[in-house]
Design a protein around this ligand. Structure first.
Ligand code: FNR
Length: 183
């Protein structure tokens, strides 16, 4: 019984360290967890004018979220908060009013940055946003990865054994969390 996980990576950068972190998590998860990266790089900037006639790409995003069983957010920190591209995607999928596509889907957030705080403040802001959007979020473990020295390869291979074990702990808790909501 496959579980569909919608992955939001909060960076559009081709060589994003957060995308590598997402792949690392995917490698450590059981085979029933099918991860799909949600496309956000072609979304327009949200305008409330959309609500009268939602653009096709915005409707696609909403469908992508609605067809998923659970959510995984993997985000960098931009200026001590959530990158605009990610907030924009969340705003789009949360609207038109009364059709919040996220409602009730279990989620988790992790992230990495080249700064020593490892995206902690962005993650905290994201938790605030998702609480409002009725996403029950895994509380622990928090994953603030300080990215350095090619820690994670492009294919998601983690070079540091301690980091790999720590990420496995996160994945085990995430899997248990999602299974509380979806079987
Ligand atoms: C950053 N970066 C950053 N890092 C951090 O730890 N705290 C911060 O507040 C910021 N702010 C910030 C703003 C902007 C506009 C940029 C472009 C970058 C650095 C950031 O951690 C680094 O660029 C990461 O590599 C971004 O993640 P991806 O794109 O590699 O996934």
């Amino acid at each position: 019984n496959q579980l569909k996980i919608a992955v939001f990576v909060g960076s559009l950068r081709v060589d994003s360290f957060n995308r590598r972190l997402a792949r690392a998590v995917e490698k450590l998860a059981p085979a029933e967890f099918a991860f799909r990266h949600i496309q956000i790089n072609d979304l327009p900037l949200y305008s409330q004018d959309f609500d009268a006639a939602y653009p096709a790409v915005a409707t696609r995003l909403k469908k992508d979220v609605e067809s998923a069983d659970a959510l995984l957010f993997v985000t960098p920190e931009y200026n001590r908060s959530v990158p605009g591209v990610l907030k924009n995607a969340i705003d789009i999928a949360s609207r038109p009013w009364g059709t919040n596509s996220f409602a009730g889907k279990p989620g988790a957030v992790i992230g990495t940055s080249i700064g020593s705080t490892g995206s902690a403040l962005a993650q905290q802001h994201l938790r605030n946003i998702l609480a409002y959007l009725d996403v029950p979020m895994l509380a622990q473990p928090e994953v603030f990865v300080h990215f350095k020295d090619e820690l994670i390869a492009d294919d998601g291979t983690v070079s540091n054994e301690g980091t790999r074990k720590f990420l496995q702990g996160f994945v085990d808790n995430y899997v248990a969390w999602v299974r509380r909501f979806v079987r």
